[in-house]
Design a protein around this ligand. Structure first.
Ligand code: ADP
Ligand code: GLC
Length: 525
């Protein structure tokens, strides 16, 4: 394979190399964070993050939130950070400060060569977001699919994206020391970098970390898609990118990354077992000494109950009147009876099997004759959308359903709800239960993945209880947990204690940053 770069790109006249080390910061808090971070995990690093979605530019789920928050947190802690992501439809209009970089990608993709532009935004002094501008691939209404149907050229789109990441990793003037890729869309990057460093002489190639956000999505394509990688066949075998004759992008990442992380300690254990391993558990067991679970952090600058532009009323765990005011406002907004006394449950979710929607519908059938209200914000499978609409028609005074994606409304729902339902079948981390804790919407969760790692049930620690947990994947078990929640709703002092425990939980990014930095240094136990 020839060098995947034009001479223009190699010169890189316009991207200015930034100092990878000291950037003076005037904020004493940020300075202190940096000092602590350095003391705990060594000097500043140069890190290139890659994700097919990044908040606030593009999002279908928690991946976007996690990468946006981690990038900010690493930069605040004094590290040099770049994030590479596709330039999807509408982003340029929403972020007019974005600038074109004097850089041209001209890369082999199978038998063709494909060109793209690079655009960028400086989000913080140490944080640049790089956008791959390739309208033929990315200027579409959806990120990965439309009306539930995957784009037929997803292999081409994301193999090209992965090549752009490897190219930036190699030629960015600030020379990333670590490349941290996320999920299948960037899963081929470790193999691409490994191959280039072995075959073409890269000097000191970066260390590569792959984070698995959801093992259920692996990026599986016909064998012919492997040709688009331009890699020799010695990466396509059962210990590498091959999966029963198909190309598996995530598996390639698992095989060739230096370190693997996933987004909660419990999920890290679960995915090495057959029930959760999605047929990759054997492979993950082999790489278990390089696999760690790091719980996602929360960006509390965005997800907070005070001074939040998405909320009509601010509140804190000590002054909860604002929470009640938000509840009354949401009831009014969604056409439910405006009642302070009725317990309000809510869910904000992708409507997929993963999220336990079938048992949630079953539990609601059982519980709706009781005096309660329920709000859903979600989108996804037609069948689930219709089922919730049916509930809203049958219980117009108790159920409000908003189909679609609405970020501002998601904050208002978290702020209004007394209880948050998240009965997932499996949940790598889950962010919504952590947002719910901070917003005092006491979570009711199934014992799986990150839900187990973040919520405390009275059975585990009565004094620290901040939610309700159940194990059986059944409507009955969820309904039983909802009944327990209704019982504490009747005892205001107890409800207040649950809320205060919930709202004082701290899943801030500082811890997350330290753990990732240790992983980047391959300093794992
Ligand atoms: P997942 O990534 O599996 O969907 P997470 O709990 O990690 O689950 O993250 C989901 C994120 O997507 C949260 O920020 C949640 O608020 C958001 N979200 C999901 N559905 C919607 C929706 N319909 N409208 C607004 N936000 C949504
Ligand atoms: C995935 C998982 C979710 C996790 C998110 C961010 O979408 O389904 O549990 O919170 O990624 O890591």
């Amino acid at each position: 394979m020839g060098k995947p770069v034009t001479s223009k790109a190699r010169r890189q006249p316009a991207i200015k190399a930034k100092s990878a080390t000291k950037t003076p910061t005037r904020s004493p808090v940020k300075r202190r964070v940096r000092e602590l971070s350095e003391a705990a995990v060594g000097p500043p690093q140069r890190i290139l993050l890659a994700s097919s979605e990044v908040h606030p530019f593009s999002k279908t789920g928690g991946l976007a939130d996690m990468v946006g928050a981690l990038g900010k947190a690493l930069a605040h802690a004094g590290h040099r950070v770049g994030i590479v992501t596709p330039l999807y439809q509408g982003i340029r209009e929403r972020f007019p400060q974005m600038q074109r970089v004097d850089w041209v990608f001209d890369l082999p993709l199978g038998a063709n060569r494909v060109q793209a532009e690079l655009w960028s935004i400086e989000l913080l002094p140490q944080l640049t977001v790089y956008f791959i501008y390739k309208p033929e691939y990315f200027d579409r209404p959806g990120l990965y699919n439309e009306h539930g149907v995957d784009y037929p050229d997803n292999a081409e789109r994301f193999i090209f994206y992965s090549k752009c990441i490897a190219h930036l990793a190699r030629y960015l003037p600030w020379k990333p020391e670590v490349v941290h890729v996320n999920d299948w869309q960037a899963g081929l990057v470790p193999a691409l970098i490994r191959h280039q460093s072995l075959a073409e002489g890269w000097g000191t190639p970066p260390r590569i970390c792959l984070t698995i956000h959801n093992l259920a999505y692996q990026g599986l394509f016909p064998r012919s898609a492997y040709n688009l990688t331009n890699l020799p066949l010695n990466y396509f075998h059962p210990e590498g990118a091959e999966f029963y004759g198909l190309l598996n992008c995530l598996k390639a990442g698992i095989a060739y990354a230096d370190v693997l992380t996933t987004v909660s300690p419990r999920y890290a254990r679960e995915i090495t077992t057959e029930p959760f391993g999605c047929a990759l558990d054997g492979m993950l067991r082999k790489r278990q000494s390089r696999l760690i679970g790091i719980l996602n952090g929360v960006d509390y600058e965005e997800w907070n109950t005070e001074g939040n532009p998405n909320l009509k009323h601010s509140y804190t765990s000590r002054r909860l009147t604002g929470k009640l005011a938000n509840k009354l406002a949401l009831q009014q907004e969604l056409g439910l009876p405006v009642r302070a006394d009725v317990p309000l449950f809510g869910t904000i979710t992708r409507l997929t099997d993963q999220k336990g929607i079938d048992i949630e519908l079953g539990a609601l059938e059982e519980m709706l004759p009781t005096d309660l209200q329920f709000v859903l914000l979600g989108s996804g499978s037609d069948e689930y959308e219709r089922a919730f609409q049916g509930l809203a028609r049958r219980f117009p005074h108790k159920v409000a359903v908003q189909l679609g994606y609405n970020e501002a409304l998601s904050h208002r729902i978290e702020a209004a709800c007394d209880f948050y339902l998240m009965p997932s079948k499996f949940e790598p981390c889950g962010l919504n239960q952590m947002y719910s804790l901070r917003y005092g919407a006491v979570p009711i969760v199934r014992i799986t993945g990150g839900l187990d790692d973040t919520v405390t049930d009275a059975n585990e620690d009565p004094a620290a209880a901040n939610g309700f947990k159940f194990l059986d994947y059944s409507a009955r078990a969820l309904a039983k947990a909802m009944r327990k929640a209704l019982a504490i709703y009747e005892v205001p002092a107890l409800l207040r204690r649950y809320r205060q425990n919930a709202m004082s939980c701290d899943f801030s990014w500082q811890r997350t940053v330290g753990e990732y930095l240790r992983a980047y240094r391959l300093d794992i136990k």
